[in-house]
Design a protein around this ligand. Structure first.
Ligand code: ACO
Length: 335
């Protein structure tokens, strides 16, 4: 048995900055409300004609991660791509990355676990490496939210939160099993699937049916979120899954050097930070700049924390996520 370690990290966000004031030109919202309720100051949106798609942003993040891992694309044995906003209904973005990066005919797997997607993808890649089947797995989280949000006042409680971007990690074989990904912990609770969802278009709601049933109102092809219900579940599940991971490795919150929570809402991160008595140096947040980038949020934050020298060898790094499904997950990493 081997462990896997993060050998390289990369992130990419579109250049187009959208501030809270920009959004207030389109809908009845304001900077004070958004900052107070979410912590978000601005986010990035793909701009028509800038060439970005979910897969292409994933490629940009992946190229940086591969270079930093000191390998080439030909050393990658598998792609695991997490997104809720794939370029196409099918096929997934993983195969597009294989093509766009001109890689060998390696396997490409798409993960559909929304905000927990990157941790699920990392855990999947980790298993392939632990068993010895693969040496280097490219794990990507990428989202193009802006193309599918309702920017009228009707959609304001959802659309102000989300942003576009991508993050990637190269997960590589680690012979020392006291290092790297120590364990991952994955959960789901489908009874709450419709509390945070995009119902159509889908096999339950094909476009012609949607138009027929909802000529003007209540169009289910914009995301729906029962914000307060999601919030209440998030703070409980974040705490549980972090404790589960720490307990499994005989660690306590005092052992955390860096917690990278999924960037859903700054108030959720602050709640978790307070609950575990962590200092500002032990938690990394960048939702202020990017909003919630779903599957991309953890790899973008992890990349930035690493680039800023906030993670060093030997550190205990905890990743934790909660989101649509509901799904939630954590990974405990010895850097
Ligand atoms: N601007 C101004 N006012 C607004 C806006 C806005 N953008 N959005 C909503 N409001 C109004 C509402 O209409 C409501 O007005 P009312 O009291 O007159 O009815 C009031 O503000 C309060 O609305 P709430 O929805 O109760 O606001 P809340 O404090 O719950 O904040 C939020 C909403 C930010 C969505 C919060 O509930 C939240 O962050 N939830 C969790 C999100 C999360 O963790 N998601 C999981 C990951 S995402 C994924 O998996 C894809």
């Amino acid at each position: 048995m081997y462990n896997s370690k993060i050998a390289g990290l990369g992130a990419y966000v579109p250049e187009n900055v959208v501030t809270n004031d920009d959004l207030s030109q389109k809908m009845d919202t304001n900077d004070a409300w958004i900052q107070e309720r979410t912590g978000i100051k601005e986010r990035r949106h793909i701009k028509k004609g800038d060439g970005n798609t979910t897969a292409k942003m994933g490629v940009k993040a992946a190229q940086i991660a591969i270079e930093r891992a000191g390998i080439t694309k030909d050393d990658i044995d598998m792609i695991v791509f997490a997104t809720l906003s794939p370029d196409y209904y099918f096929p997934g973005c993983g195969v597009q990355v294989q093509h766009l990066m001109d890689m060998k005919t390696i396997p490409a797997l798409d993960v559909r676990n929304q905000c927990s997607g990157f941790v699920y993808a990392l855990a999947t890649a980790d298993q392939f490496i632990k068993t010895g089947m693969y040496k280097n797995v490219l794990v990507i989280g990428s989202e193009n939210h802006s193309g599918g949000l309702d920017f009228s006042t009707r959609g304001r409680s959802v659309s102000v939160i989300f942003g576009d971007g991508a993050g990637a990690a190269v997960l590589s074989r680690e012979e020392d099993t006291s290092k790297g990904v120590l364990s991952s912990h994955l959960h789901s609770q489908g009874e709450h699937a419709l509390e945070l969802c995009l119902e159509g278009p889908s096999t339950e709601h094909w476009v012609p049916q949607i138009i027929q049933e909802n000529p003007q109102e209540n169009i289910p092809y914009y995301p729906y979120m029962n914000g307060q219900f999601v919030f209440k579940n998030a703070v409980v599940r974040f705490s549980e899954v972090i404790m589960e991971g720490l307990g499994k490795n005989n660690l306590t919150p005092d052992d955390i050097d860096m917690l990278i929570p999924h960037q859903a809402n700054l108030r959720i991160s602050q709640f978790v930070q307070k609950k575990f008595g962590l200092s500002d140096d032990q938690v990394y947040n960048n939702i202020q700049k990017y909003g919630n980038t779903t599957a991309a949020s953890i790899p973008i934050a992890l990349t930035e924390a690493w680039e800023n020298g906030k993670i060093k060898e030997g550190d205990t790094v905890v990743l934790a996520a909660f989101g649509s499904g509901f799904t939630w997950a954590s990974s405990i990493i010895k850097w």
